[in-house]
Write a protein that binds this ligand. Sequence first.
Ligand SMILES: *Cc1c(COP(=O)(O)O)cnc(C)c1O
Length: 405
Amino acid sequence: MTTKNSDPPAGYAPEPGVDTLAIHAGQAPDPLTGAVAPPIYQTSTFAFDTPAQGARRFAGTEAGYIYTRIDNPTTRMLEDCVAALEHGTEGLATATGMAAVCTVLFSLLRSGDHVVATGTLYGPSRLVLENDFARFGVGSTFVDTGDLDAVERAFRPETKLLFLETPANPTLRLADLAACSALAARRGALVAVDNTFASPVLQRPLDHGAQITLHSTTKHINGHSDVVGGVIVARDPALLKTLRRGRTYLGGTMDPHQSWLTLRGLKTLPMRIRTSQESAIRLARQLEAQPAVARVFYPGLPSHPQFELARRQMDGPGSVIAFELKGGYDAGVTLLESLQLMTLAVSLGGVETLIEHPASMTHAGLGTADLAACGITAGLVRLAVGCESVDDLAADLERGLSALA
Ligand SMILES: *Cc1c(COP(=O)(O)O)cnc(C)c1O
């Protein structure tokens, strides 16, 4: 692991490994009972000893809990664990990944501001900027953030935020985090990165100069396709205060039981990432050798135009692959109908391998022109590799592809 700039959790060597952090950071055994598993503080509110104490908590002069929309001990454990993995200082868990996205935008922007964002941003993230923040007078420009000159050209004097998603969904196009962050710093804008695809195991945007990293914990961090959620991580205390205020008033705070389930999934994040990534590398090579496949998009293949950038800024290429079938839309349907093990569903980062068709599903909200501009063709298929035995996945893919012959 690269060096941390935050203090290590108590009792650890200065740089604990990523598996150790995922299991222990923020989660010492319960001081009251010794319970090894974190307690679920399923409470909406917290009693004060005295009126004076209540006043101090509200004034912020005394640490302690007030009300679960603001802060909760179980949720705090999850936040501390993800913050440690992201090399941040504090996390803010949210009800969904979209609540994390909207909390960042709501907290930082005002009428007249402008946002530059990745064109292939997660569909609803793009739509909320284009439709809803536009209603409040916030402008946005969507560009290929893999092209630094295009990012620079999109900047305006009133640009306050550069919102990146890398690797982008579903094309696996990367943005150079260090170069984009340096550019934004020169222009006086903050950088927020949707780090959902990589997870903090493979990429830590704060180490590359971004101010905010966020996740849909629904994906890799929880990893079991059974809880939705999100988290925001930053380092700067003033920025964290602004984001915490925004989350409190927007109201999309994560629930304690949801936090507990997510903490449970998070413990195995590094090993799930290793397993699914190893399988993805093999499946990507298998796909590249197939005559029915026009192109494979995967940062772990030397054919990926940003293979070197991936090696520089990520600790691994991850477990999401996109590939384009020569037979277009019909070939995609045939393939999806022929699979027996891979599940036809949107989402990613779970233990189950999921496969979907972006043009008709996750990215159907984009018009034809935007789809084309983002490189999402009718024959593009997204494969989110899970943790099943790789031989079984390879055989299933072979079955699907042979149906196209
Ligand atoms: C799923 C996803 C989101 C939204 O998360 P939800 O938990 O579904 O609200 C945001 N960004 C990316 C990259 C995602 O994959």
